[in-house]
Design a protein around this ligand. Structure first.
Ligand SMILES: C[S@@+](CC[C@H](N)C(=O)[O-])C[C@H]1O[C@@H](n2cnc3c(N)ncnc32)[C@H](O)[C@@H]1O
Length: 237
């Protein structure tokens, strides 16, 4: 056995034991995100503008590509500084070039927090602005987006044509009441096969989102996937 193997094997065993992906060491797990140069390039450009994780961003990246098999527009509610939204818009430009990407935020932080939310209060994540998002989109040369500023759906959904349907929706709004009105608005507009991703299902400090997803997941008109990266995913039958 070569010396390098003596050194690599115990490190690989440790990495496997603690479920660590070490890019240069093969832990016998299929980890295509590590070698996806385009994803890593864009992720590095949006990283400072997102609160989402590397693995969740990779899932958005993949699901937008998957949604090219469907028709309709794309929407994110809860855009903050634009990180996940820009990543979505980048993939959409490439794979769904005829699709518009709506990016929606109050730019005044979380709204409608209430008794279902154990840890979130109105105004959290207000440290952003529409121009922060515009600047990021410009840096990535993205012109397929429309930013809607205000509480969604109440204040801004009228800016979307009533006849538009959606292939993909990313909901990242942290609290129950906001997420519920968004879910009620988007569901009838989602095409069959259409995908909804909740960012916050894996977060103990987002009790309102856990409650809402648990109320929604057993309905018969959908498939539900609890991805252990923290995403909750719904696919319309
Ligand atoms: C966790 S941040 C979003 C993070 C972002 N998706 C990222 O790149 O990681 C949550 C955002 O949701 C926004 N928000 C919450 N409820 C909303 C609503 N009903 N309409 C529009 N924006 C909302 C807040 O202003 C905040 O910027």
């Amino acid at each position: 056995m070569r010396l390098i193997t003596y050194i690599k094997e115990p490190i690989k065993r440790m990495a496997r034991k603690f479920r660590i992906n070490i890019g240069l060491i093969n832990t016998n797990e299929y980890t295509p995100w590590l070698n996806n140069e385009e994803f890593n390039l864009i992720y590095n450009k949006v990283q400072l503008n997102t609160l989402s994780t590397y693995h969740r961003c990779y899932e958005l990246w993949n699901l937008i590509k998957e949604s090219k098999k469907l028709s309709g527009e794309i929407i994110e509610i809860g855009t903050w500084r634009g990180g996940s939204g820009a990543l979505i818009a980048y993939q959409s430009k490439k794979h769904c070039p005829n699709s518009k990407v709506y990016l929606c935020d109050t730019f005044k932080g979380v709204v409608k927090s209430g008794e279902n939310d154990n840890n979130y209060y109105d105004g959290e994540h207000s440290d952003t602005s529409k121009s922060d998002v515009e600047n990021l989109l410009k840096k990535l040369n993205l012109n397929n987006t429309k930013i809607l500023e205000g509480v969604f759906p109440e204040e801004t959904s009228h800016q979307i044509d009533q006849n538009e349907v959606f292939r993909f929706c990313h909901i990242d709004v942290d609290v129950y009441d906001s997420a519920k009105s968004i879910m009620d608005w988007i569901w009838p507009k989602l095409v069959p096969g259409g995908i909804i991703v909740f960012d916050d299902y894996g977060a103990l400090n987002c009790s309102g989102i856990i409650k809402l997803v648990n109320e929604e997941k057993d309905k018969n008109d959908r498939l539900f996937i609890h991805n252990i990266n923290g995403h909750a995913i719904f696919i319309k039958k």
